[in-house]
Ligand binder design. Sequence first.
Ligand SMILES: Nc1nc2c(ncn2[C@@H]2O[C@H](COP(=O)(O)OP(=O)(O)OP(=O)(O)O)[C@@H](O)[C@H]2O)c(=O)[nH]1
Ligand SMILES: [Mg+2]
Length: 403
Amino acid sequence: MIEQTDISYEKTVLIGLVTQYQDEEKAQEYLDELEFLAFTAGGEVLKRFTQKLDVPNPKTFIGTGKLEEVKNYVEEHGVGVVIFDDELSPSQQKNIQRELDCKVLDRTNLILDIFAQRAQTSYARTQVELAQYQYLLPRLAGMWTHLERQRGGIGMRGPGETEIETDRRIVRDRIALLKDKLKKIDRQMDVQRGNRGSLVRVALVGYTNVGKSTLMNVISKSDVFAENKLFATLDTTVRKVVIGNLPFLLTDTVGFIRKLPTQLVESFKSTLDEVREADLLLHVVDISHPSFEHHIDSVNKILEEIGSADKPIIMVFNKIDAYEAEEIEEDDLMTEKTKAHYTLEEWRQTWMAKLNGDAIFISALNKENFNEFRKLVYDKVKEIHTTRFPYNSFLYDEYTEED
Ligand SMILES: Nc1nc2c(ncn2[C@@H]2O[C@H](COP(=O)(O)OP(=O)(O)OP(=O)(O)O)[C@@H](O)[C@H]2O)c(=O)[nH]1
Ligand SMILES: [Mg+2]
């Protein structure tokens, strides 16, 4: 896929905290991801600022000294956007914005922005718009309280409050309208799903950018949009796939991410229905990513949240072509062996043991181990199919390797 190159990059600075729950390494890992998000949204990251704090400053999130430092940098380098890794309260956002005099965003903001940029269908656009209004609603109140205080309280309360109420009502009406619209589309989609008949349903799930759409394309020989940016897929795509002579339905879904804004999980619930209604999940993992185990944890957490954690799952470790273990020199007695030094084979053994064989290591790009992958999926789907439709076994005679 050819990368987009025609966006004029906005100069961006990232800010994260080091706390008792989030050490320096973890903070940097989050910032790596935030940088990728910023890049996806069209920003060019010039610098990262981190600060050690037990609790965020209630007024300015980071300390005033640090904020001063950021301000100097912003002025000196003509920075247009400052992005915080954590959610800012409405008043923090206001205070910081006033101090820095440039755009101030938090992670939620940024993700909403990317979703808005990428939403293609009216369904996805409606879901994103709903999430945006839900993000805005509590902030609206904060904005007005802030204005009221400026106006000086006594005597001014009346008009202020009326305005908040009017604005809130407009936003609430809009939210209700969007929810209604989504419900209607949902009903249509329910009918469509119902019409798919008695085929086993398999859904690709996983962290964003792990290769779900790429895998979908190679399995189903279809043409789903895939690229090296976050959230390339916002709509679900369903394809009928035949392995051997066993047909089943395969769904590509929206990627998950850590610290996913709750509003988004909520408004994408119906997209996630595809996951909820699946008989089998293919949990795709990018094993070449240093934090892939954390990614697995966040995906599992979201699967739990939507009540889909106990479905049959095959773990698909993708991008083995790009995996590189850190090396230890033979005469190096100081470096302790950690997971970063595992070979692919060591990872394979670890996960195969953990999952009782329901794991496979592949490269969707090079089609490495692809026949084994198809065989594994075939066996699982066949197992589900025979349990579900014991008399309907004419669909397959036996598995024959293709290609
Ligand atoms: N090296 C390598 N890259 C891969 C492989 N599979 C996919 N990719 C690349 O990873 C990037 C993301 O692929 P997608 O298929 O868009 O990932 P996705 O999981 O659908 O991502 P979202 O829809 O954004 O959640 C693309 O640049 C792919 O070319 C693989 O096996 N090896
Ligand atoms: Mg995708």
